[in-house]
Design a protein around this ligand. Structure first.
Ligand SMILES: *Cc1c(COP(=O)(O)O)cnc(C)c1O
Length: 390
């Protein structure tokens, strides 16, 4: 479908299913649960997997295949499988690759539901995990046991926007024969390609920057054909597949990924620079600010800083909540990577059940605010934040 000579932007637009006899310009939606066979022999050969063809949309569907193909090109991956949500991608990837008794080493700063999966659910199948802090990569080797199978990380992290050195993690994984998996949702494949830094598998929540317009839930895992085959075999039986409709929406969204993400990053950097000098702000964290603790790593592995800016309002929890209540235009919502800018206050919402110490381990302080910077005019975004700080 794609062309290796073409650049990212071109493949995002020109990778598409073959035209039908109707010669449509825009790819049609294959809203069908199953596909028909020519005859008994065709059906036999298809079920025996002697033929590569669509059989049932739990296994594959043309719209999902187009979406997968695009993401594989963007990430430099051999194969992929598309899921109904980012979390079904995370869960199915672990479930397909791990056995009872296995162990995961992961950065402590992971998406809340991933943390819950590690802590509350995987132990049911006797799968354990150990966490390392984002700034203690040198301690990872001490956590690795004979039964460790996976090294897992997100970069940049949510909501602390810390950056992990993917090449350094890949080296550790290689040395200990671990499968290195990166959740690349915060950066999108436009800003960084973990496989080029040595990752074995890349996971995305398509819900965030990929859709980018807050409409559909989706997830995807891409990587080597060998690993993806295991994930595919597990998933086609257990049924977390992406709906063709959502795949169709997402494949269209990817056509505009590069222009959207460019503007997200431009707006986010301007907001971060504005906040850095503000009298009511203790600190600002954004990967492409020189003051970011992992600025050099971010520059090495990312094309730009992403859409999320974190900062701390002076005055702790109460000040954070007051800021939140004073916001007028920006949305108070839990999503990110949307055209609409979104603010969240992790200490009183998504991470309120953690103790202050547990929160600080994930990079969250009481006055911390996370902004997913959208595509409104940056002057209007800054004006709303300015009046709320006032
Ligand atoms: C949102 C998110 C997920 C989960 O994706 P859903 O589509 O909401 O299931 C996983 N990882 C990260 C980093 C996320 O931000």
């Amino acid at each position: 479908m794609g062309n290796e000579k073409n650049k990212f932007e071109t493949n995002a637009i020109r990778t598409q299913l073959n035209r039908t006899e109707n010669l449509e310009h825009s790819v049609p939606l294959y809203l069908t649960s199953s596909f028909v066979f020519e005859d008994a022999e065709d059906m036999r050969a298809s079920f025996a997997e002697e033929k590569q063809r669509n059989v049932y949309s739990r296994y594959s569907n043309p719209n999902s295949s187009e979406f997968i193909e695009k993401v594989c090109q963007m990430e430099g991956a051999e194969a992929g499988y598309a899921f109904a949500s980012g979390m079904s991608a995370v869960f199915s990837t672990f479930a397909a690759l791990l056995d009872s008794g296995d162990h995961i080493v992961s950065a402590r700063s992971v998406f809340g539901s991933t943390h819950s999966l590690f802590t509350n659910f995987l132990p049911k199948w006797n799968i354990e995990h150990s966490y390392f802090k984002v700034d203690e990569v040198e301690k990872i080797s001490q956590l690795i046991r004979p039964n460790t199978k996976i090294l897992y990380a997100e970069t940049p992290t949510n909501p602390g926007v810390d950056v992990l050195d993917m090449e350094a993690l890949a080296d550790i994984a290689k040395k200990h024969n671990l499968t290195f998996i990166v959740d690349n949702c915060f950066a999108s494949p436009y800003l960084q390609q973990p496989i080029k830094s040595g990752a074995d598998l890349v996971i995305h929540s398509g819900t965030k920057l990929m859709d980018g317009q807050g409409r559909v839930l989706a997830g995807i895992t891409v990587g080597s054909s060998e690993l993806i085959d295991k994930i595919y075999r597990f998933s086609r039986i257990t049924g977390p597949s992406l709906s063709p409709f959502n795949a169709w929406v997402l494949s269209k969204s990817l056509e505009t990924l590069s222009v959207r993400v460019d503007r997200h990053c431009e707006n986010a950097l301007k907001l971060a620079e504005y906040l850095e000098g503000h009298a009511k702000v203790n600190w600002v964290k954004y990967p492409f600010l020189k003051s970011h603790p992992q600025y050099e790593i971010a520059k090495k592995q990312m094309k730009a800083g992403g859409c999320v800016v974190a900062f701390e309002v002076k005055g702790g929890l109460a000040a954070g909540q007051k800021f939140f209540d004073s916001i007028q235009m920006l949305s108070l919502s839990a999503n990110l990577g949307d055209t609409r800018s979104i603010v969240t206050h992790p200490a009183s919402t998504t991470h309120s059940k953690l103790t202050t110490e547990e929160r600080s381990e994930t990079g969250i302080t009481d006055g911390m605010v996370r902004v997913s910077v959208g595509l409104e005019h940056v002057d209007d975004i800054i004006r709303d934040i300015e009046q709320a700080l006032g």
